[in-house]
Design a protein around this ligand. Structure first.
Ligand code: SF4
Length: 951
C-alpha cells in the first residue's frame, strides 16, 4: 500500500512513515474522480476519548492551516497506529459547531441558562482572589477539585499539594474502585496489566474486545494471543460482541462471579494443579488463619489442606446454583486455566465489580486463580499496573498536605479505594462541610452519576457550593449549573503526559496542542495555548500555573514557588519548562534516544509523540535488593527485610529481593488488614451475595429466604406506586463508539449509536403481557422511574434486563445551541420538595449550523437518561457505587411517554442512609483513619492518617 501512487508523489498508506510527516500528500476525496493533491503536515498527539491514551496523528491541511482529520500514530508503542472509532471522531469534537469557544460566566440565577462572555483575566482575578481569601482565612479545605476524565499525570497532584489542601476528588468510585480494592489487597497495585499477546488462555469478565479499559491496545493483543493459539473465555450475563468472539461464553447471573471463580480455584486445588513452588515462595501462607487453623509453625501442605477445607463449599454444583453456569463448564475452564499455567491472562475492570455489592471480591477471587497458577508477573500472565506504567517525577515536588478531608474520605469507609464522590451531595446535606470553590473538570455528575437530581439540588444551593467553575471541553448538564464555564481543549489542543499499563512494557505519550506546535515551529512566539486554539479554548496546565500565580502573586502564601521555572529562577513556569525538565531528567533513555537523532528530549517528544521506556517488566518482585540498600536493614524471623521500621524486601530462597509493596512483601492470600479493620470474615478471598442476588429480589417483595443476609445486604423498599415484576437491571454496559459527555456532538459516533432500549429476554417479555420490541415499558427503581422502549432479545438471561448508560442526554432550553445532535429538549420541573419530573418535549432534529451535516441528521432519538433514577449504593468496604439495580418492570400506561423520568431525592437520601448502616467505620488500629499501606490519591502526610491529628 505504501508505494501506491508514487509516480506523482502522493500516497495511500496505513500509517505514513515519519520522514514524510512534514509533507504528506493525499488526493482530496471530495474532488474525485479528479486527482487533486492535498498536502498535510502530521503532528502526533494523544487521544482524549477514553483512558487508553492511544496515539493520534493530526493531519493539518497546509493550505488552510486547519486540522483536517486524525489517524493513528504508528510510533505509539501501545496503540501502534490503530484506533477505535472514537479516535478519528476527535475531528468532530474540535469542529463541533456547538462547542464552547470562550470563557463564560453566569448572568442570572444559577441554572437559568443566562451566560455572558468573559475574559481569562477576569476568571483568574475573581477565582484567584476568592481562593486567596480562603487561604488567608485558613479555609483552604473549602476548595475542591473534582475530576471526571483525568488525562494528566501528576500536574494536578502537584497543584493541590502546592496549595496545601486535601482537595482531590475523582469519579473513580462510580467507575473502577471496587475492582481496585480486590487487586490491591493482593499486591498493592490496584489494576492488572494482562499480557494477552503471550497468553495461552484468556479469561475476560468484561466486554473487553469492544469496549472497556485500555480496550484498543488490549483488543489488538487479545487477537494476537488468539492467533497464536490462545483460547478465550468470557464471563458476562449479556451476549456482548466480545462474548460472541469467545471460545467459551459463561453467562453468569450478575454478582455471582466470585462464586464461579472460587469453584475454579477449588478444582485447581483439589486436583493438585496449582503451582506449589510459586504459592509457597510468593504468598504469605504462613500467616493464614482460617476456620480454627493457624499456619504459624505448620507445614505448607497443612496450609493447603486448610485452604481446601475452607473452599470445599464452592463445589461446581454450588457455582452452578448461584451463577447458572453449568458445573461441567466450571470444571472445564478451571482445567484450561491450570493447563495454561503461568501463561494465563485475565481482565476485569468494571462489569461484575462495579455492578455489585461486594464486587471487589470478584477481582480478589480472580487473582487467586493467578496466584494458584503462578501467572503473576510472567510472560502471558497477570502483571501489575505499576510495573507497566511510567510516571516521571517533575522538579521540586511540593510536600504532601497535612490535612484530611472527610468530604473525600468519610470515616464510615476507611478502606474505600477512592474518594466517596457519589455521596458528596448527601455528605453536604448532612452538614459535614461546605465547598467555597468547587472546580469540576471534564466531569458531568448530573448526567453520568447516579442520583443526578441530588447533584442539581447541591449545585443550585449557594450555601453548599459558593462558586462552581466547570472546566470542560464541551457543554454538559452539570456545566449548566455552574458559575463559570471554562473551555478546555480536546486531544489536539492541550498538553499532557500519558502512560497506561496496556501491554508488557512501559511507555509515555505526549499530548500536545498541534496548532500551537506548528505555529512555534514556524517561528511564531505564543505566550498561551489559547492563542493558537479555536476561539479562546485554553488548557489546564497553563490555567493552573496562572491561577496559582494569581492566588499568590508575591509568594507570601508559599504557593508561587512551585510554579516557578526550573531554568529561570523566580520567573513563571511555562509548559515547555515543565515537560522539558521531565524529559531531560526523569525519563530513562530518552535523552540518549533524542541525542542519536540530534534532538533535545522535548523536541524528540514533540516529533514522535511517544517513547517506550522499557520492556523489562516481568517478575519485578524478584529484583534483588542492591547491596548498598541492604546496609542498616534487618531480617525478621518471617523473612521480611526492614529498614528504619519499614518493610523494604523479603528473603526468598535465601535471596534478599524487593517483593511486593504489601505489608508482608508477598502476595497476601491472608489479609491481616481486613481482619484488623473489622472484616475478619473477609481475610481470605470470599464470595458474598450481591444486593441484586435472587434472594434480594425475593426479599424486596416477600419474606426473605435464608440466602438473604441482612448483615451484608440492604433490603429494597419500593416506592408506593412501583408495580410490576422484579428484575435485575444491568445499567453499565458501554456502547463501543460512544464516550459519556464528550461524544455529544461527534457526528461520526452518534450516527452509529443513538438508542438505548431495555434488553428483555423473550420469556420475560411474555410474562410482561407479550411485550414486543419497540413497546414502551416503565422501569421503577427505589427512588423513581424511567420510561423507554423494549428490545426483546435472547442475548440476556431471563430475570435480567439491561440498558446502556451511554445515551439520554438532555437540555432544558430549546434554542440554546447545546449538543443538539445528541440531546432531547426537556421540561424539567420540581413538582414538590425533592420530587423531580422530566418529560421530553422534542428530540433530535436536523438543524442549520456552520457544518452542513447538521442539516442531514436523520436520527430522531436521544435515548433515555436512566442514571437519574438510581439511588447511590456505596459498597460498605470499597466505597464503590454498586451500579446494578433491582427494578420493577411493567408496561407503560397511557399517561407515560418515552423518556419520562421521575425521582424523589428524599427517597435517595433514605437509601443512602440504609447503605451507610452496613459500614464498619474508622478508627482502625492505633487511631488510624485508613491503613497506612493502602494507596490514596494525592496522599497526605502520614500524620493526617491519625484521627488525633485533628485534635
Ligand atoms: S481506545 Fe479509542 S477512544 Fe480510547 S484512546 Fe484509543 S482511539 Fe481513543
Amino acid at each position: 500500500m505504501a508505494d501506491d501512487f508514487k509516480r506523482d508523489g502522493s500516497h495511500l498508506a496505513f500509517c505514513p512513515p515519519v520522514e514524510k510527516w512534514d509533507d504528506w500528500v493525499e488526493y482530496d476525496p471530495e474532488q474525485w474522480p479528479r486527482r487533486v493533491q492535498k498536502h498535510y503536515q502530521l503532528v502526533p498527539t494523544i487521544c482524549f476519548n477514553c483512558e487508553s491514551a492511544c496515539g493520534l496523528l493530526a493531519y493539518v491541511d497546509k493550505a488552510t492551516g486547519e486540522v483536517a482529520k486524525f489517524e493513528g500514530n504508528p510510533r505509539h508503542p501501545a496503540s501502534r497506529g490503530r484506533l477505535c472509532a472514537k479516535g478519528p471522531a476527535t475531528i468532530n469534537q474540535i469542529h463541533d459547531p456547538d462547542r464552547i469557544l470562550y470563557p463564560m460566566k453566569r448572568g442570572g440565577p444559577r441554572g437559568s441558562g443566562q451566560w455572558v462572555r468573559t475574559s481569562w483575566n477576569e476568571v483568574l482575578e475573581t477565582i484567584g482572589g476568592r481562593m486567596r481569601k480562603a487561604f488567608q482565612e485558613k479555609r483552604g479545605q473549602e476548595i475542591m477539585y473534582h475530576v471526571g476524565r483525568p488525562g494528566h499525570d501528576f500536574i494536578m497532584d502537584r497543584t493541590l499539594r502546592a496549595w496545601g489542601i486535601d482537595g482531590h476528588n475523582s469519579h473513580t468510585n462510580v467507575c473502577s474502585s471496587s475492582a481496585r480494592l480486590g487487586y490491591l489487597l493482593w499486591h498493592y497495585a490496584d489494576r492488572p496489566s494482562p499480557d494477552h499477546a503471550n497468553a495461552r488462555f484468556i479469561l475476560l469478565l468484561s466486554a473487553h474486545l469492544e469496549s472497556g479499559h485500555y480496550f484498543n491496545p488490549h483488543a489488538q493483543r487479545i487477537i494476537e494471543g488468539k492467533m497464536a493459539g490462545a483460547k478465550l473465555a468470557v464471563v458476562d450475563p449479556r451476549l456482548s460482541n466480545t462474548a460472541s468472539m469467545a471460545d467459551y461464553w459463561l453467562p453468569s447471573y450478575p454478582g455471582t462471579e466470585a462464586a464461579l471463580l472460587l469453584a475454579m480455584a477449588k478444582v485447581i486445588l483439589d486436583e493438585n494443579r496449582y503451582d506449589a513452588e510459586f504459592v509457597k515462595n510468593w504468598t504469605n501462607w504462613e500467616a493464614l488463619e482460617v476456620d480454627g487453623f493457624c499456619a504459624h509453625g505448620q507445614t505448607f501442605s497443612a496450609a493447603i489442606d486448610a485452604l481446601r477445607r475452607h473452599y470445599s463449599k464452592f463445589t461446581p454444583e454450588f457455582a452452578e446454583k448461584e451463577s447458572g453456569v453449568k458445573a461441567e463448564m466450571v470444571v472445564k475452564i478451571a482445567r484450561e486455566i491450570a493447563a495454561a499455567g503461568s501463561r494465563f491472562a485475565s481482565h476485569l475492570w468494571r462489569g461484575s465489580s462495579s455492578g455489585n455489592l461486594g464486587g471487589w471480591q470478584t477481582a480478589r477471587a480472580l487473582t487467586l486463580l493467578h496466584v494458584l497458577t503462578g501467572s503473576v508477573g510472567t510472560p502471558g500472565g497477570h502483571n501489575l499496573n505499576a510495573w507497566n506504567k511510567f510516571v516521571p517525577t517533575p522538579f521540586k515536588v511540593p510536600p504532601p498536605q497535612k490535612h484530611w478531608n472527610e468530604l473525600l474520605f468519610p470515616p464510615e469507609w476507611p478502606l474505600a479505594t477512592y474518594e466517596l464522590s457519589p455521596v458528596l451531595p448527601h455528605l453536604l446535606k448532612e452538614r459535614r462541610g461546605r465547598l467555597d470553590i468547587y472546580f469540576t473538570r471534564v466531569f458531568n455528575p448530573v448526567w453520568t452519576y447516579p442520583d443526578g437530581f441530588s447533584w442539581i439540588e447541591m449545585l443550585r444551593d449557594e450555601q453548599k457550593v459558593g462558586l462552581h467553575a466547570a472546566l470542560t471541553p464541551t457543554w454538559s448538564e452539570t456545566a449548566w449549573f455552574a458559575d463559570y464555564v471554562l473551555p478546555m481543549g480536546f486531544s489536539s489542543e492541550r498538553h499532557d503526559l500519558m502512560s497506561q499499563e496496556s501491554y508488557a512494557g512501559k511507555w509515555i505519550g505526549f499530548r500536545q496542542p498541534v496548532l500551537r506546535v506548528l505555529k512555534e515551529r514556524a517561528g511564531e512566539k505564543l505566550d498561551y495555548t489559547y492563542q493558537a486554539n479555536p476561539g479562546e479554548v485554553w488548557e489546564e496546565d497553563e490555567f493552573w500555573i496562572n491561577l496559582s500565580w494569581t492566588v499568590d502573586p508575591d509568594g507570601s502564601l508559599g504557593i508561587r514557588q512551585w510554579f516557578e521555572s526550573p531554568y529561570r529562577p523566580g520567573q513563571k513556569l511555562t509548559v515547555d519548562d515543565y515537560y522539558r525538565w521531565m524529559f531531560e531528567n526523569s525519563v530513562p533513555g530518552l535523552p540518549e534516544a533524542a541525542a542519536k537523532e540530534g534532538l533535545a528530549p522535548l523536541e524528540y517528544m514533540r516529533k514522535y509523540g511517544a517513547y517506550e521506556v522499557t520492556t523489562d517488566v516481568y517478575r519485578l518482585n524478584e529484583k534483588p535488593i542492591a547491596t548498598a540498600d541492604l546496609a542498616g536493614s534487618h531480617i525478621e524471623s518471617n523473612g521480611m527485610i526492614t529498614k528504619d521500621g519499614k518493610a523494604v524486601g523479603v528473603m526468598v530462597n535465601g535471596q534478599p529481593v524487593v517483593g511486593y509493596n504489601t505489608p508482608s512483601r508477598k502476595l497476601e492470600l491472608f489479609s491481616r488488614t481486613m481482619a484488623d479493620w473489622k472484616w475478619p470474615e473477609f481475610a481470605l478471598p470470599e464470595y458474598y451475595r450481591s444486593h441484586v442476588h435472587r434472594s434480594a429480589q425475593e426479599a424486596s417483595v416477600g419474606a426473605p429466604s435464608p440466602d438473604f443476609d441482612p448483615r451484608y445486604m440492604p433490603r429494597v423498599e419500593w416506592p408506593k406506586d412501583a408495580h410490576g415484576d422484579v428484575y435485575t437491571l444491568l445499567p453499565i454496559f458501554r456502547l463501543p463508539n460512544l464516550i459519556h459527555t464528550r461524544s455529544g456532538n461527534a457526528k461520526f459516533l452518534y450516527e452509529i449509536s443513538h438508542k438505548n432500549p431495555l434488553w428483555i429476554n423473550p420469556v420475560d417479555a411474555r410474562k410482561l403481557g407479550d411485550v414486543r420490541t419497540g413497546d414502551l415499558v416503565k422501569v421503577h427503581t427505589e427512588i423513581g422511574y424511567f420510561v423507554l422502549h423494549a428490545w426483546v432479545t435472547e442475548g440476556l438471561a431471563p430475570g435480567v434486563v439491561a440498558c446502556s448508560h451511554h445515551l439520554g442526554r438532555w437540555r432544558v432550553n430549546e434554542n440554546d445551541q447545546l449538543e443538539r445532535m445528541s440531546s432531547a429538549w426537556v421540561d424539567l420541573k420540581q413538582v414538590a420538595k425533592g420530587q423531580w419530573k422530566m418529560r421530553q418535549l422534542s428530540s433530535v432534529e436536523p438543524y442549520a449550523s456552520r457544518d452542513a451535516d447538521t442539516n442531514r441528521v436523520w436520527w430522531s432519538d436521544a435515548g433515555v437518561h436512566q442514571n437519574l433514577t438510581f439511588p447511590v449504593h456505596p459498597d460498605p468496604i470499597s466505597g464503590m457505587h454498586c451500579w446494578h439495580q433491582l427494578v420493577r418492570v411493567e408496561r407503560a400506561s397511557s399517561d407515560d411517554r418515552y423518556g419520562d423520568v421521575f425521582v424523589d431525592t428524599n427517597l435517595s437520601f433514605a437509601v443512602y442512609q440504609r447503605w451507610k448502616t452496613l459500614t464498619r467505620p474508622a478508627p482502625g488500629p492505633g487511631g488510624l483513619r485508613r491503613p497506612l499501606w493502602i494507596p490514596r490519591a494525592v496522599r497526605p502526610d502520614d500524620s493526617a492518617f491519625y484521627t488525633k491529628s485533628d485534635e
